[in-house]
Design a protein around this ligand. Sequence first.
Ligand code: PMP
Length: 389
Amino acid sequence: MQPLLMIPGPIEVSPAVREAAATAPPSHTAPGLIEAFGASLGAMRSIWRAPEGAQPFVLAGSGTLAMEMAATNLVEPGQSVLVVHHGYFGARMADMLSRRGARVRTLATDPGHAVPADQVDAELSEEPAVAVFVTHVDTSTGVRADVAGIAAMAKAHGAMVVVDGVCSTVGEVLDQARLDVDVFLTASQKAVGAPPGLALLVASPLALQARSRLLTPPPMSLDFEQWIPIMEAYEQRRPSYFATPATSLVLALRAALTEIEDHHHAGHTGVEAAWVQHAQVAQGMRAAWQALGCSLLPATEEVAANTLSALRYPEGVGPELVAAVGRRGVAVAGGLLPQLKQAYFRVGHMGWVTRQPELLERTVRAIGEALVECGHATDPEAGVAALRG
Ligand code: PMP
């Protein structure tokens, strides 16, 4: 039997999403697929809080493809960009932009810390950039960036803003219109709550203009201009074709986005309810880690993400913990930052499981028992009690 997936993506999906994904694959022109595609694009507008005139895109591919789409449609060889870097995925973004021929500067900090927004101001005062790229939650460190502060600084200097929301969208507060973010990208397999395989991206009117001004177009399969007519057609419930979409995944995406839109929690509805619930669950999980004697990799609770916990192994415990948790039917992930790989592990808490307290308790109990097995004196039930609050 598959373990309970508590890694930071892919995640457990709801029964309705599973059911949608398991139907016979429709054609890209089938009425049901057109409806699901169009409805998903519409739902993205509201879940992202997309600005007027923005364009949502759904492409077959993963989060990395969404990153590449942003990098190649907004930036061309020779242009200057700034990457605000909090770990593994910030480094990937910088590498990708270098391959595009951009002049890349990075602003980084020690693992576990967040780059202060005023450093972005200082950096852009020295030399402007056409765009600032930031990972909202770097899945390698569990640190949440100050996206609002960084976006405000970038905009004050006339730079576009790209937010990698692969590990944050739906799980962390982000209002694309209010923050004036030009590309807000994610993937299907994390807090969005669908299986892996879709790149999801919403581009602002400014981002679309940037593409139209490029002298070096992006690769054809990633080009906004190839895909805009297709997305428009689906949103108007017309069939269309440029490259075959991942039809089964689009059905699953529609089910996942519908669940987000229909969600109610603590007096909130829709994505706001999801934001609030992720924050509450994260707080409960952090209380459980404390009770179990595990400290966070993020330097403060304030910068700790709501979608996952990156946790230092307690004294005397190492990566064997991940396998010990696995033997209890729960999958968690090891460290991802090469220099700290042996020092920490990661637990995802996003999407459907945030609405399933018994699965969160099962996870905490499995980690507590595995810690005991690995020689750390703790009480698994104290962790569960702390989670319950
Ligand atoms: N950015 C972040 C923040 C991520 O967490 C990930 C995946 N873990 C990616 C980008 C890359 O996404 P994918 O693995 O779907 O290509």
